[in-house]
Structures are given as C-alpha cells and as structure tokens.
Design a protein around this ligand. Structure first.
Ligand SMILES: *Cc1c(COP(=O)(O)O)cnc(C)c1O
Length: 431
C-alpha cells in the first residue's frame, strides 16, 4: 500500500523551487530509486519519523554517524550543555585536545591530528599535505571510492557520482583531474604498473580500506598491506580514508581490524556524533608540515567547533567505555539482518549478493561476487529501486542507492531485525 506522503510531497515541491533538486546532497533526492523522499521531523533510537506521521526503521544512520542511534541522551545533553556556553568562539578550547586524545588512543597511527568540518575537507587537505610533504603531484585513488567532493578527488568516484552514473564532474579542470589516477580496487598489479609508469611522481595512495561508497566491498587478504608496501617502496604515502569505517568497524577502525599502519588517516561521520566534524592525522613528521608549523596551508572558521567537540566526546566516550559489548553486538545484529534477508531472497529466487563487514553491509542485486566497482556495476539497479520502494512502504528506510552501504546502530535490536525481515519477505516476493 502506498505511503501517505502528502505533506512530504508538498514540502519537496516547495524545496525544489529554492534548492536545486530540493536537496543539499544529491542522493537524498531518491532519483535512482524513484518515489517521493519523506521529509523527516525527528528521529529517536533506530527510528525516523516523517511529516506525514509515518515511522521507519533507519538503515542509513545519517550515512554513518549515528552508531549509537538517534538522539542518544548523553550526546543530546552534551550538545545542550555546550550550546549554553555559546555555539562558537573561534579560539582554542580544552575540548579539542580532549577529543584529540581520545582519537589518538583509538588510532595509534595518529600522532597528531587536525579537526575540520567535513570528510571532504579532511581528504582534500590530507592530499594537499601528502603532495606538500613529498613534493609530488600525482594521486592514486580507486574506482567507486568516494573521498568527498574536492576537485582532484571527483574522478571515477563512488556514492552519488556513481548513483547518477557520471564519470566525474563538470567544472573540474582537466589539468586537475589529470593528476588523479583512478585504478580498480583489489588489484595490486594495477598499482604496481602505475608506479612503474611514474616512478617519482606519485605523492600518495588514498583508499577506503573497506569500500562503502560503491556499496560495501571488503579488501582481499593482503591487499591493504600490499598497498602500503608498494607506496613505501616508491617514497609515497598511504592515506586510509576512514571517514566511514573509523569507530565503526572497530574502535580503531579498519586499520585495527586489518592490522595496517597508514601514514595518514582521515576521519569523519561518527567522530562528530552527528554534528559537522571530521579530522585528518598521522605521523607527526608529516603533520608538522601544516601551517603554522610548516608550509602547507589549511584553516577553518568553525573547525574544532565546541558543539561538535562535545557531541564527538560524548559519542566516543560511550564507545570506549562499552567497546567489549558494543562491537560484537553490532556484528551479531547486522549478520542477522544481512544473512536473514539473503535467505529470503534465495527462497524467492531473487539473485542477491550480500557483502558485510561489521555493521556495514550491502545487498547487491546480482549473482556475481562483488569485489570492485566493475562487479558492483553488474547489479540490477532497477530491481534495487523496486526493493527500496517496497521496503520504504513496509516501514524500512534503506540508503536510496545500490551504491551505498547500509548501517546498523546499537539501537537496532531483535524487534527491528524482525521488522526488517518481515518487510523483506513482503518486498522480495512482489519485486
Ligand atoms: C562520507 C565520506 C566522505 C565525505 O565526507 P563529507 O562529510 O560528506 O564531506 C569522504 N570519505 C568517505 C569514505 C566517506 O564515506
């Protein structure tokens, strides 16, 4: 039965006259899945509530940050308390080093870090820093990986770029894109060949250690350490973009899970507990190249914002104190959802490839193994669109694209697992 979405539809029309596509981030517009995007009024725990009074199990968690569920009371309280002391000072606060210390405890590879406002800024600046430190221009990234929307990283990118099926972006000069080498993920030979072709010109490799922005894709055994070895043999740096995986796959991110020490790491999403906050950090020798100590410039009016620091500290504190309980529970809940729906699809004769690492997963509508962007692209995106609409009508809000990972929070429990499996049973039988 179609959802009552009258008010959301009206709000969408009003928004479209003011905001291009009615949105501030493209994938929110539901273009690739069809149907009307519900307008959200509030969220609590595992649930989103829309303007028409519908309730949904949230399976995208604000695209990653909400690992503790929505409106988690200690986070709400921390933000409220900080706001009472003013939203911003533009001067240093104790909270910045407090949060930095927590990050460093979780990520031993990060000796020094800097806070910024978005994952885009973190990745853009990490690249600038790698170029400044090595004195080289070329960057290796991987097809289907998304590192934010800065010019040099919008080449064969994942997330909305992949969803909309555009190879790059208009407005990025060829002279800029030319310095970005986009290679297939999980293929060390391609990386060796790129270094062989440009022996002393490549500054760094940037990679999502577990890809989330082409849907969830795990690295093959030895792949990440292979990247590190090749980079170092050629005097280049390895940047792990853990904006999505940091504090999610383990407290120490993918680098702890796969036991790999990068030169630089970018963080975002969970680090700000839902507020705009991100960071990049790594070896002190490299980080000291940043202004005011070094020649690589970077700045931010709202960087280290006190509300974002407060939300980040409250979130990380809860994760650190409850690490032993939280991560195994997230794994178990996610497995129940991911494999439960996979079994329903099998019964219904729907080809579905399930990729899961910790609390991130994707159901690809293909019978092929998905190990890189090319294999992800064999998915039947029209079938995904039908599934997405049916699930939404059944009260489960999946990320509105085949090329995005779904996320589970600590607020998802047995009741939500059952609701998702019931919804999938109905959706897959009719799709
Ligand atoms: C979300 C994301 C980004 C960009 O972060 P924004 O805060 O949206 O700018 C960069 N890298 C990865 C891996 C991401 O998932």
């Amino acid at each position: 039965m179609p959802l009552p979405l009258n008010r959301s539809r009206q709000l969408q029309q009003r928004a479209e006259s003011l905001l291009p596509g009615g949105v501030d981030s493209p994938v929110r517009a539901f273009r690739s899945v069809g149907g009307d995007p519900p307008f959200v009024t509030r969220a609590e725990g595992a649930y989103l509530y829309d303007e028409d009074g519908n309730r949904y199990v949230d399976m995208f968690g604000s695209w990653g940050p909400m690992i503790l569920g929505h409106a988690f009371p200690p986070v709400v309280e921390a933000i409220r308390e900080a706001a009472g002391r003013s939203a911003s000072f533009g001067a240093s606060t104790a909270a910045e080093a407090d949060l930095a210390l927590m990050v460093q405890e979780c990520f031993p590879s990060i000796e020094k870090l800097r806070f910024v406002n978005s994952g885009t800024e973190a990745c853009m600046t990490a690249i600038r820093l790698a170029r400044g430190f090595t004195g080289r221009n070329f960057v290796i990234k991987f097809e289907g990986c998304y590192h934010g929307h800065s010019d040099s990283l919008l080449v064969k990118a994942g997330s909305g770029v992949a969803t909309l099926g555009i190879p790059g972006s208009a407005g990025v000069p060829a002279e800029t894109a030319m310095h970005t080498l986009a290679l297939p993920f999980n293929d060390l030979e391609a990386v060796r060949a790129a270094f062989a072709a440009r022996p002393k010109e490549i500054a760094c490799i940037i990679v999502e250690p577990v890809v989330g922005n082409a849907g969830a894709i795990a690295p093959l055994p030895g792949y990440l350490n292979g990247l590190r070895d090749i980079a170092h043999r050629h005097g280049a740096l390895l940047i792990l973009d853990e904006v999505m995986t940091g504090f999610r796959l383990s407290l120490g991110g993918a680098q702890r899970l796969y036991d790999i020490k990068p030169d630089l790491t970018t963080l975002g999403k969970i680090i700000g507990g839902g507020l705009p906050c991100a960071a990049f950090g790594g070896r002190a020798e490299i980080m000291n190249y940043l202004a005011p100590l070094g020649p690589v410039y970077q700045a931010g009016t709202l960087s280290g914002n006190p509300l974002a620091m407060a939300a980040g500290i409250a979130t990380l504190q809860h994760l650190i104190e409850n690490e032993q309980a939280i991560y195994p529970q997230l794994q178990k809940t996610t497995e129940a959802i991911a494999t439960g729906v996979a079994a329903i699809a099998r019964e219904a004769g729907v080809p579905l490839m399930t990729n899961q690492v910790g609390s991130m997963f994707t159901w690809f509508f293909t019978s092929n193994m998905v190990t890189n962007f090319a294999s992800a692209s064999t998915s039947d995106t029209a079938a995904f669109g039908r599934f997405h609409r049916a699930m939404l009508e059944a009260g489960v809000w999946l990320p509105p694209s085949q090329f995005e990972a779904a996320f589970v929070s600590t607020a998802h429990g047995p009741a939500e697992v059952k609701a998702i499996l019931d919804a999938a049973l109905r959706s897959l039988q009719t799709s």
